[in-house]
Design a binder for this molecule. Structure first.
Ligand code: FPP
Length: 252
């Protein structure tokens, strides 16, 4: 019998490293669309269109890499400072994405949520978002959260304003209030990826990134692909996450 088990073990392929780090929350700051377009003599909106295509590929690849929640920074609240034409182009892409991808999301078991302010979005986009969120609510394979008109500071501030009404004060109950503010929940980030060469967090998921691992890439977002995502997840799997404790080797 023992011999038989040994033989089976020898025949089975070694599981990939990713299998050891399942159910990840990966958050991505998808930076570099504008520079990607400018370097090709294209308008910045063309960079955002190419970026939306990258987002589609990355979303499709995420579940097989053990990612259960994927949060993409589609529009920061700070982005309102950009010319209206550029912001409108991003909002149109989002609207297009929500309208064209909802059926696909249902088929693929993807639950779509938007986190961020909604009151400054066009009414038709707001409606499309609510419809898509309701239609995809049963998806369990991947929770896709698009951060739109999102500012982590503002979300934390609004959660703090609500928190004084909560009777049981704890970091966990604060997280729950923040989840209500987000609507799309508040889940600790395991891995934060930023493309485009900058190394900063830009008011993204400040509370949720407390113990996140960061991977910064030079590649601009439209050049990013599923292989890069897999490489980032593999890099994450190599890191020892101590959360302030001693590494295993020293813990005795
Ligand atoms: C940052 O690049 C990117 C954005 C502000 C917008 C991101 C939008 C998308 C990826 C498309 C929408 C997503 C979906 C799923 C439809 P940047 O403009 O700051 O680039 P730069 O730093 O080179 O100027």
């Amino acid at each position: 019998m023992l011999m038989h088990h040994q033989t089976v073990r020898q025949i089975l392929p070694t599981p990939p490293a990713i299998a050891q780090a399942p159910r990840l929350h990966v958050a991505i700051i998808s930076d570099g669309n504008g520079r990607w377009a400018s370097s090709r003599g294209l308008p910045r909106s063309a960079g955002h269109r190419a970026g939306a295509e990258t987002a589609r590929q990355v979303i499709a690849a995420a579940p097989r890499l053990g990612i259960h929640t994927l949060t993409l920074f589609a529009l920061s609240s700070a982005n309102w400072k950009r010319p209206a034409a550029e912001v409108n182009a991003i909002l149109r892409l989002l609207h297009e994405y929500v309208l064209t991808e909802t059926t696909h999301c249902i088929e693929e078991g993807v639950r779509l949520s938007i986190i961020g302010r909604r009151d400054r979005l066009p009414v038709t986009l707001r409606q499309a978002i609510s419809d898509s969120e309701a239609a995809t609510a049963c998806g369990t394979r991947l929770h896709l959260r698009l951060a739109v008109d999102y500012s982590a500071r503002e979300a934390i501030y609004h959660a703090a304003c609500r928190f004084y009404k909560v009777t049981e004060l704890s970091p966990e109950s604060f997280s729950n209030v923040l989840a209500e503010v987000h609507r799309g929940g508040s889940v600790e980030v395991d891995l934060l990826i930023r493309t485009g060469g900058e190394q900063r967090i830009s008011d993204f998921l400040l509370w949720e990134c407390a113990f996140a691992e960061f991977v910064f890439l030079q590649k601009r977002w439209p050049d990013f692909n599923a292989t890069d995502l897999e490489a980032a997840v593999q890099e994450f799997a190599k890191r020892e996450r101590t959360r302030g404790a001693l590494p295993d080797a020293l813990a005795g």
